[in-house]
Write a protein that binds this ligand. Structure first.
Ligand code: ATP
Length: 263
């Protein structure tokens, strides 16, 4: 991405120093099946935090609670200080989300998809169009603005979904396994786009994945397994846990069924 403009750098957002996302003691069950058990985690503002967990760990359930698809009946979730239960409109206006399943309208143009989202957030047509073109240009997709989404590659669709999530200038971006199904080059482009948002604009990112290679030095890592947080800390701390071995070794130790639940 190119250097952010003043309008992109200062997105809507409250107090400095507040975590982008703070989850405290949240549990969730589907009937008798516990999907999340007393989960607490923090995404500091301007951090890339990887939520690392194997299939069925509870990542999507956690995202559904943060975005209010499900109601959190225990614990508390704050987005930039706004409680998602008590101040949902405020909290949701501060977050952008890219769901695991594709949600663009394939028959609409890229621009119309973005304008539709802008309208849902109360952004007027002119301002929405300017914002969309600014973001598409930053991501090298401006010339595809009038193309039907159906004609884009999978990687380009993902990047458009990220652009869409940024239309209303959130300070927290949630991405649920955003590179699933992409080839290596497309995956690298998506990762680079999101890392640039963290570095250039200070957006807090929670990146759910089970792909270890997407996590690197300087990242924060939260390991979720069977609905429980098994570990959290910096990439370097995680490696140290495995005696200096790579992150894969640490991860496999943490999600083995004998691994202790630990903070
Ligand atoms: N709507 C639902 N009804 C019943 N059980 C569910 C529902 N959604 C999820 N679960 C169960 O909750 C647990 C956590 O699922 P979840 O989809 O949150 O995990 P995940 O980490 O996102 O997995 P994946 O990487 O496979 O997407 C699993 O045991 C799953 O089967």
């Amino acid at each position: 991405m190119t250097e952010p403009t003043s309008s992109t750098r200062h997105a809507s957002g409250p107090a400095d120093g507040m975590p982008a996302l703070d989850i405290r003691a949240v549990s969730h069950a589907f009937g008798t099946r516990k999907a999340l058990d007393d989960v607490s985690l923090t995404v500091p503002a301007g951090s890339f935090t990887a939520l690392l967990g194997p299939n069925g760990a509870g990542k999507t359930t956690l995202f559904s609670l943060v975005t209010r698809l499900y109601d959190n009946r225990s614990g508390a979730i704050h987005v930039l200080g706004a409680d998602v239960r008590r101040r949902p409109a405020e909290a949701l206006s501060r977050l952008g989300v890219v769901f695991q399943a594709r949600t663009l309208d394939l028959e609409l143009s890229v621009l119309d998809n973005l304008l539709y989202h802008a309208t849902l957030h109360g952004i007027g047509f002119g301002a929405g169009r300017r914002r969309a073109m600014e973001l598409l240009a930053q991501d090298g997709l401006a010339e595809r603005a009038r193309d039907k989404v159906r004609n884009l590659s999978g990687g380009q669709m993902r990047r458009v979904e990220i652009v869409r999530a940024l239309m209303h200038r959130p300070r927290l971006l949630l991405l649920d396994e955003p590179t699933v199904g992409l080839d290596i080059a497309s995956r690298a482009a998506v990762v680079a786009l999101v890392r640039a948002l963290v570095a250039d604009e200070g957006i807090g990112v929670l990146w759910a994945t089970h792909i270890i290679e997407e996590i690197g030095p300087g990242d924060r890592v939260v390991v979720l397994h069977r609905g429980q947080i098994r570990a959290s800390g910096s990439y370097e701390e995680m490696r140290a846990r495995a005696g200096g071995e790579d992150l894969s070794t640490a991860f496999l130790q943490l999600v083995s069924d004998t691994g202790e639940a630990a903070a």
